[in-house]
Write a protein that binds this ligand. Structure first.
Ligand code: SME
Length: 151
């Protein structure tokens, strides 16, 4: 399914009144994981209180051992401090990388801002090599902007 077709579905999901934020985000993860063939694991991490670490809030795909990630560690921890998108076409080429599954070949992490502050991120793992384009970045930035509105 194209990004343009997914956008209205995401907007409807995030507006559901009878769901907690965690469950809304889980449904967003599931929608993305089920409809974009090269999105094999999708999760939202957020800053864990006032600790210098990320905590996994919602996800779709295989459960991960890495529910807590210290700032600076792995692709996710680097984005927590850089405030910048991180697109990894080949995870084997990264020194500072936390492997969640032997099947993962590529990863994209996009920071999520509320009032200009980097408070979390969307993280996507792919079993396809080098699958992400600028369009993925633009789309995922849009997803994070919509999520920021309900936090
Ligand atoms: N690979 C990530 C860790 C999180 S998992 O992909 C779910 C990283 O290097 O930060």
């Amino acid at each position: 399914m194209t990004f343009d077709k997914l956008k209205p579905q995401i907007e409807v999901l995030l507006k559901k009144e009878d769901l907690e934020v965690k469950d809304k985000l889980t449904q967003v993860c599931e929608l993305l994981e089920q409809n974009i063939p090269y999105y094999d694991w999708v999760g939202f991490y957020f800053k864990n209180g006032n600790k210098e670490e990320l905590k996994l809030k919602s996800f779709a795909g295989e459960p991960t051992d890495h529910e807590i990630i210290p700032f600076g560690r792995g692709i996710c921890g680097q984005v927590a401090v850089s405030n910048k998108n991180f697109v990894v076409p080949d995870v084997k080429a990264q020194n500072n990388y936390i492997a969640c599954s032997i099947h993962v070949k590529a990863e994209i992490v996009i920071p999520l801002f509320v009032d200009g502050e980097n408070i979390g991120q969307i993280d996507i793992d792919s079993h396809t090599a080098d699958p992400f384009s600028h369009e993925d970045e633009v789309f995922l930035q849009w997803v994070n902007e919509k999520v920021a509105e309900i936090l």
